[in-house]
Ligand binder design. Structure first.
Ligand code: THU
Length: 137
């Protein structure tokens, strides 16, 4: 990974590491933390996975982080890092890929971190054919 991207990933990783212990994962016991960086800002928004007894209401860490970012008024995502337990970095699930694609117009960098490993994808390679609502007018 090139130097500049690694620097960005490490900054996001530190933020994700600071909150992963807060993950609410009583069912899977698989803790995840995400750190989202909007375009045109240095502010980072974090989230952890939030599991529900209904299972279906479970929220991924990515969507919790993106919700915080949008709530703060940022609608354009530049980069998001996903920190998972285990040895292999995990790319986001399909639902999160869709939202990452929408919030970045298909441009976001997606970092995966686990077990000391750091990888980078572009959302366009993870979701090459996103759903888009037909533009009005
Ligand atoms: N999970 C995430 O938080 N992000 C992903 O991209 C994939 C999965 C969470 C959801 C659930 O709490 C646990 O990981 C196991 O699926």
């Amino acid at each position: 990974m090139e130097e500049e991207l690694r620097g960005l990933a490490e900054k996001l990783l530190r933020r994700a590491e600071a909150v992963i212990a807060h993950a609410h994962a009583p069912h899977s016991r698989f803790r995840v933390a995400a750190a989202a960086l909007p375009g045109g800002s240095e502010e980072v928004f974090v989230g952890v996975n939030l599991e529900s007894d209904t299972y279906g209401a479970t929220l991924c860490a990515e969507r919790v982080a993106l919700g915080a970012m949008v709530t703060a008024g940022f609608h354009r995502l530049r980069a998001i890092l996903v920190l998972t337990e285990g040895d292999e970095p995990a790319p986001p699930c399909g639902i999160c890929r869709q939202l990452i694609s929408e919030l970045s117009q298909g441009e976001a960098l997606v970092f995966g971190a686990a077990g000391g490993r750091l990888v980078v994808w572009r959302i366009g390679e993870l979701l090459p054919h996103p759903f888009r609502l037909k533009e009005e007018g």
